[in-house]
Structures are given as C-alpha cells and as structure tokens.
Design a protein. Sequence first.
Length: 132
Amino acid sequence: ELKTLGEQYMKYKNTSTHFVGKDDEFMREVNQKSEENFNNGYFRNLCASDGKMLLVGEMTSRTESNKKAVFVVAADDWKDENNVERSITFSCDTRCVIATGKDGKLPVEYNADKKEYSVKISSCEAVLIEAI
C-alpha cells in the first residue's frame, strides 16, 4: 500500500499509533492494550464496523496545520487465514474526506442521520483517510 499511497502519505507525518478494536490473540503478541475506538478531537469514534482490530496512525500535515489524516490498517487477519471486507466508520468536523487505498481513491459514504463517514477495506489492507 505504501508504494501506491506514497505521494499522499508523505504529505503527512505520523504523530502516534493506536490499537483499536478487539483481538485478544493479536494483543497478546504485541503486549499492549487496545482502545474501543479512536478519538483525537478531530476524528472521532473511528472503529471497524465489526469491532475487529485496526492499527491507526494519527497524522498531521507537514505543511498545512488544518489538514489531518489517519492511516488505518485492518489488522484482524495477521495470519492471512480469513480475508473479510468491513467498513471503517468515523465522525469528523469536515465535509471533505478523501480515502486512498492500494488501488487509488476509495468511495467515502456519509450517513447524515448518524453524522458518520464510512470506508470499506479488506483484511490486511490499509487506507489513508484525509480530512481537508
């Protein structure tokens, strides 16, 4: 994914990494605790629709302070045994959200009733979600 996302990804710098979701076996291997969802004040309630494990890189623009991003990896199938597609759901205060995956731009859906965005990715895939 980084090769495809390289140009967009390098516009940001990672400020922290979070484990989000539930996967007891995975968390035993990394010896850290996970969060139910990711909240940084800009992106809120970010999680997998099925509650499975995500790695979330919190990112800020290298040049524009108002641009934020997250780099999300679906880490639920780290043994590559059961590929599943899921939605990554989240809220944020902007109306311009761009998602880029391994094959380029991904559709971003907005649920006005829930005020929630969603992007679909499969196990072991990553997406760069930019809030501009």
